[in-house]
Design a protein around this ligand. Sequence first.
Ligand code: ATP
Ligand code: MG
Ligand code: MG
Ligand code: MG
Length: 478
Amino acid sequence: VRMSAAQIRQAFLDFFAARGHTIVPSSSLVPVGDPTLLFTNAGMNQFKNVFLGLETRPYKRAASVQKCMRVSGKHNDLENVGPSPRHHTFFEMLGNFSFGDYFKREAIHYAFECLTQVYGLDPERLVFTVHQEDDEAYRVWVEEIGAPRERVFRMGDKTNFWMMGDTGPCGPTSEIHYDWGPEHCTCGDPNCSVALDNGCDRWLELWNLVFMQFDQKADGTRVPLPRPGVDTGMGLERLAAVLQGVFSNYETDLFVPIIERTREIRGHTRAEMEANMVAYRVIADHTRAAAFLIADGVLPGNVGRGYVLRMIIRRAARFGRKIGFEEPFMARVAEAVIEIMGTHYRELVDRREHIFRTLTQEEERFLRTLDLGLSRLEEVLQELATRGARVVPGEEAFRLYDSYGLPLEITRDVARERGFAVDELGFQQAMAQQRERARATERFELDTEQLARYRRLLASLQDKGLVGDQGVEYDPYS
Ligand code: ATP
Ligand code: MG
Ligand code: MG
Ligand code: MG
């Protein structure tokens, strides 16, 4: 039987509820009270302080389906979105958590049981990784689960030590990968089973079990947590792909209706759609992400979260332009997002009109300058080509952003499509310089205006006899 994404979500929660876990709703994509994080990027974020021992909850085990965004900071998958069949900006993470309750052994047993019993995956299709120093996890996989030794890999920090950000709870991990079979090998290595971390398409990372043991401090030291716990994360879209027997997440019921809607409103044939699949994927991914961000209160802007939202809307709009959309179209794509996701995420339904309006306004604003910006970029690329240069200068990329509203990410996309790179450091420098200039003028403006205001205030206080040798002598409490 083919499970729908909705059934997969529910089955996960039911499995862990039956094993004493409290089901906790997803937190917002905008982290509450955590200045170290732009967006929620994992299920454990809302439990960070519980892991650190700063906060207690009435439960020691929890499970959730968490909305995540990975477009900034330590976990940034933006450039993968489109080319990769398995990376999104926005995705849902299924997770179970133990706060000083069970540890490695149970976490491994639960995960294996869930995948093979609840979802019916063939154990022969699964491979496992552990941190190279983690003899205990290795032993559980081999001796208790009965995994063949040749399918348990000891890996280094790069893949098997998890950190949420530069600081915070972290620890060694054990991952479960799905083997799509040698016909899906893209690494060309005849021994590609040892290449789990080289991006070979044969291996799909499904589930990450993090054994939370340390608190990473800003100075790089790792302090043991008061009570070690477990934090796991499994991508719903990836599991859906495996269970629905499709190689790409975009072919699951989480994406097909969005992509089909886009195709309909564009009036493309299936073949035309297939020929533009990267654009279709980016549009589907970014519209979905934008709808969720807007529902969680983010508005397009020039800095921080607002910038990310603006950038993904514009990036999708540029891909839309590329496949021939001339007018704003994302609100209509977002309708399909809300149809699929609105049952589980009521906020999409509640803010429906606001989502449509925000998308359309941002697209309209961008479309006014998009063509100008793109033709300016075209000139730049041609001029570079005649000189045999391959790198768009940072100041040029910045001018495209500043004058035509082309985010760096779009300049980078277009440049790459044409075989050019962008001097991104130079872009950042140009931006910093401009901010510095803006700050200098701002200070000047503030000075004259505020000075006049302070002068008037001082004069009126002097008139009332309230200013003595020590300044203002008025005591509001007397
Ligand atoms: P990958 O190596 O594939 O980039 P990861 O190791 O960065 O994944 P984790 O931080 O371990 O991912 O997150 C837990 C799980 O969330 C992953 O095993 C995967 O199933 C899923 N996941 C991670 N990043 C994405 C993404 N960008 N889009 C969809 N699912 C994701
Ligand atoms: Mg990753
Ligand atoms: Mg990984
Ligand atoms: Mg991982």
